[in-house]
Write a protein that binds this ligand. Structure first.
Ligand code: PMV
Length: 354
């Protein structure tokens, strides 16, 4: 039998939620208890690049993450691979003399190599970019015909937040009503050019891996927090509508107030969990105070902050000028130590030299 390798490569950025997803109503299908909204970052800074290859000479499916082999069996990567494989279609590459029938994909094994262009150890959400990229790239390789909504629904089954990274710009993950998850997928609210004044700065507070994974954290919150119900049923639905308006009208004041309030409520829900979950630390709290004081003294918000399942701050400045000021204030308040230099270099160097 002739030997050949068919390959596809893709790149997906990570996304940062401004209205948070926290809590699953179905753990297997990954169905959330509320809608969420995020901003997809620009791929030059925080993204995953994945190459997938298929060949009759591969005896099994294998995967490497940043050059290190990881187990595929039973994991989140496997669910995405299974779902894409189900939808594979005929592939023909005349130049290479490759002809794959859709039923061949069941027997054909794949090798997957994924890299993050930022240190995984920095504790920054990497699963969103990684799973979205895997689904997208496998889809290309296997010639699937599904639209972005469907792909996002598949990425969701790898990692909830990954469903939002299928699109650029501002994205809403609609929780859906169906028990089978068929209507739980992301939609794009506005593309990446809609509000390009915004500048996102990520302050790496700790590069340690988080102590409580989002999976077990969410489970504990769903089981024990009385506040979660109130958040999911009463607070988030109206916040989602207000956030959609703020984005549509590029209304930074509302955008910032909603973003900060929602981050704080997410961490309040974590604290309301038994045993309590602490994702932020003293430095995170100092960053919140710095931003709150600044916004208060200006009378109108200049910067929004949001924190995920870890202590690192995601700061959204209303424009480039504010971003430069913000960097100066951060560097003044938290003078850099020698080995921090790498982290600065991760960011937009042109802002530093402004
Ligand atoms: O998709 P997961 O399981 O990594 O959970 C993400 C949860 C948060 O980042 C805290 C919030 C969000 O909406 O992204």
């Amino acid at each position: 039998e002739p030997q050949w390798v068919l390959m596809a490569t893709g790149r997906s950025p990570t996304n940062i939620a401004v209205i948070k997803y926290w809590g699953k109503r179905d753990e297997t299908l990954i169905l959330p208890v509320n809608d969420s909204i995020s901003v997809t970052l620009d791929p030059d800074h925080l993204s995953a690049t994945t190459t997938v290859a298929a060949s009759p000479s591969f005896p099994s499916d294998r995967m490497w993450l940043n050059g290190k082999e990881i187990a595929l069996s039973g994991g989140r990567f496997q669910s995405c691979l299974r779902e894409i494989r189900k939808r594979a279609r005929d592939v023909e590459d005349e130049k290479k003399g490759i002809k794959i029938k859709k039923e061949d994909w069941e027997k054909l094994h794949v090798h997957i190599a994924s890299y993050n262009n930022f240190p995984t150890a920095a504790g920054l959400a990497s699963s969103a970019a990684g799973l979205a990229c895997l689904v997208f790239t496998l889809g290309k390789l296997m010639n699937v015909n599904e639209d972005y909504g469907e792909l996002s629904s598949i990425a969701r089954q790898g990692s909830g937040s990954a469903c939002r990274s299928i699109y650029g710009g501002f994205v809403k993950w609609c929780m859906g009503k169906n028990d089978d998850g068929s209507d739980s997928m992301a939609v794009q609210l506005a593309d990446e050019s809609h509000w390009d004044d915004l500048v996102i700065i990520i302050a790496v507070v700790s590069s340690k891996q988080k102590e409580t994974s989002s999976t077990s954290g969410m489970r504990d919150t769903v089981e024990t927090s009385p506040l979660l119900q109130y958040r999911a049923q009463t607070v988030v639905p109206s916040r989602i509508l207000k956030m959609e308006d703020a984005i549509k009208n590029r209304d930074f004041e509302s955008f910032a107030r909603l973003t900060c309030a929602d981050s704080n409520q997410f961490h309040a829900v974590c604290l309301d969990t038994s045993p309590p979950i602490f994702y932020m630390n003293d430095t995170s709290h100092r960053i919140i105070s710095l931003v709150e004081k600044w916004n208060h003294s200006e009378g109108t918000p200049q910067v929004a902050y949001t924190f995920d399942a870890g202590p690192n701050a995601v700061l959204i400045a209303r424009n480039r000028k504010t971003a430069t000021l913000l960097l100066q204030r951060l560097l003044y308040t938290f003078p850099p130590q020698k080995n921090d230099l790498d982290s600065y270099m991760l960011g937009d160097k042109s802002i530093l030299s402004d």
